[in-house]
Design a protein around this ligand. Sequence first.
Ligand code: 5GP
Length: 352
Amino acid sequence: MKIEDDIKLDFADVLIRPKRSNLATRSSVSLERHFKFKVAKGQEVHWDGVPVMASNMDTIGTFEMAGAMEKHRALCAIHKYYTADDWQKQASGWFARYHNCGLVYTMGMGSDSSNWSELQKAQEVMRMVPAVQFICLDVANGYTEKFVRYVQTIRDAFPTHILIAGNVVTREMTEALILAGANIVKIGIGPGSVCTTRKVAGVGYPQLSCIMECADAAHGLGGYVLSDGGCTCPGDVAKAFGAGADFVMIGGMFAGTDEAAGEATEDGKVFYGMSSAEAMNKYSGGVATYRAAEGKSVVVPHVGSVDGVMQQILGGVRSACTYVGASRLKDLSKCTTFIRVNRQLNTVWGND
Ligand code: 5GP
């Protein structure tokens, strides 16, 4: 047993320190980023847009959400429970008209040991929908050797797609996934709003430190990081970018929107974790006897269209940029100094 004594920080442990700046208004801040990804055979693929991504949870990563995110030039990780037929029905719709729209295809590792069915479905979808530029290999625990080999297999099978792989939380595994062929490493274990891994397994890593450490490792190898989970408000998204995240993935903040697929109740919309008993009952025939659920189910207030939430998020990030003198989102982390705080918010009237 070993203890690491360094303090690891979460979003709530810090604030961004304001600095003198020449920026007169938030409207002069550009949130667009231009990314170059090294793909197979020495080629480069480019993507321009606003690097906020809707999560690949089944209630969040819907086709409707993708359409709404596209209006903001942001991304949507479509969940893996859509069938190839579901994709086919969309293929001639708005997907066909856009070619830089941040559509992310999600795949898991599959249940058969060869992952053949996952691979076949992905190949079919890529053939039908050329607008899909990103493939996200998503597993709860990206630390297995089997997963690293899987990243290599998918890199070989889809040589020109932008490959996202995770989740991991430490430098060495970020490097391992990039060396295996990932362009973007998805980082975060345990920070999610409906995740209970920290409670059930006692495993996790505070998200702000996770971003700082993994981004440093990824950037050194020409890769990028996608911070996944833990953003509870626009200020957290700004802190994630300030810490060095290239992309930020959001689940819970979008859960109450019209575009989210959670069942509507009198009190709002149902939102559950992808490792919750609810999700496992729906997709895996229940919680297997050897495991415990690592997610929970909540009802969140209905908040209208995702456009309103995106305006809050993008407005918040622009504001952070003006406070530190970053005219482009790309410069935010360079301009950010965090201060550690004992108390982040004044909650005298509640937390909203
Ligand atoms: P949020 O934005 O709600 O804080 O976090 C969303 C992220 O939580 C997702 O993108 C995913 O990585 C993670 N997540 C979703 N469901 C579960 C779950 O049931 N268990 C765990 N451990 N993580 C989950």
